[in-house]
Design a protein around this ligand. Structure first.
Ligand code: ATP
Ligand code: FE2
Length: 333
């Protein structure tokens, strides 16, 4: 069995996992929680640096205790998130990955964080060739595979939907991460307040919507109604573009990826849209939607098997790494 160790730490979540072809052997995580405001890149990096040794040790010990078949000598590669993400966080985790690869005398594998979100979803859900809606804090993209690459068909022109929800949530006094708390409030909203719906071609934008939602709160509307209207507007934008992408590509599967994918209302809108067009909707369990080490280890495994490893001297982090820069050698079509 080929075992790959994966390290994730692009932003708030430091996590490590061991994955083999048919299963996640073990995973351990440690989350950074900002005391005030949003994620501070340097503080998050310090969190990762101070937790790395414990997380990796627990991973090896936990896996050895749980799985009799596993021993540390089985690890054939060390994968890490090369980007996109916050520079200080990426550098901290990359340093650990290089040290581990050198110590274990195995290749280093640099993976694109966005593609890792996609591939773990395909693996867990068994979907072959979906249009992907990838929605997280920093990123919001609609992608599909075509001739050797994941092509970005549409994306946010400013901030990611998760960031928009977190900023709005902070404004109304909720702690980070705000997305789940906005969802909770939205479920009690009853009145739709008009907010800017911004879709330009295949792209979308959320900053005007966020500002208008703050103004709607200041104007005295209930938090529940504003959260409800925020979600209805933003998620309808995402659903519209995803549907158009499916029509363009002629694909009849759709995969939801990224932390915001945990939102039940977003799932419901997409499921309805897919149902209406006779397409199948897929979403993995929540632990594989948010940032996780298993997705890095799993994409690392695919790349390892297709020979896409990384010499240490080429392993500089790539904070603006875009998914369409990656040659996808592990897919046949
Ligand atoms: P990336 O580097 O891919 O942008 P990330 O660091 O933002 O990832 P994720 O775990 O993929 O991390 O996503 C976190 C985001 O998901 C946060 O903005 C959070 O508010 C949002 N989120 C989590 N649960 C929900 C939910 N139920 N509804 C809406 N948003 C949610
Ligand atoms: Fe992510």
């Amino acid at each position: 069995m080929v075992v790959i160790l994966g390290l994730e730490g692009t932003a708030w979540n430091l996590s490590a996992a061991l994955v083999t072809e048919d299963r996640v052997i073990y995973d351990v995580e440690s989350s950074y929680k900002p005391l005030h405001g949003g994620i501070h890149p340097r503080e998050a990096a310090q969190h990762h640096a101070s937790e790395l040794k414990r997380v990796v040790s627990q991973l090896i010990e936990g896996a050895s205790a749980k799985d009799e078949d596993f021993s540390i000598g089985d690890i054939e590669g060390v994968a890490f998130s090369q980007g996109p993400g916050m520079g200080p966080c990426l550098r901290t985790v990359a340093t650990a990955a290089r040290a581990l690869a050198l110590t274990l005398k195995v290749p280093l594998i640099g993976v694109n964080h966005c593609i890792a979100h996609i591939e773990i979803g395909r693996w867990r859900c068994g979907t072959e060739d979906p249009v992907v809606l990838y929605v997280s804090g920093a990123n919001s993209q609609v992608l599909a595979y075509h001739t050797g690459r994941y092509r970005i068909l549409g994306e946010t022109l400013d901030i990611g939907i998760g960031n928009a929800l977190d900023k709005f949530a902070r404004y109304i006094g909720l702690e980070h991460p705000g997305g789940p708390k906005v969802e909770e409030l939205a479920s009690k909203g009853t009145r739709y307040i008009h907010l800017p719906y911004v879709v330009k071609g295949m792209d979308f934008s959320f900053s005007g919507l966020t500002t208008a939602a703050k103004e709607a709160v200041d104007a005295g509307n209930s938090l529940e109604d504003v959260c409800y209207s925020f979600q209805e507007t933003a998620f309808a934008m995402l659903t519209e573009v995803t549907e158009r992408a499916m029509a363009y590509c002629g694909k009849d599967e759709m995969l939801l990826a990224g932390g915001v994918g945990a939102n039940r209302r977003l799932q419901q809108m997409l499921r309805t849209m897919c149902g209406d067009r006779g397409a199948r909707f897929f979403v993995p369990e929540s632990k594989y939607l948010k940032d996780n080490g298993a997705m890095i280890a799993y994409l690392g495994l695919l790349q390892f098997q297709s020979g896409q490893t990384l010499p240490i001297e080429d392993s500089a982090v790539r904070p603006n790494f875009r998914p369409d820069e990656v040659e996808v050698k592990w897919r046949v079509r």
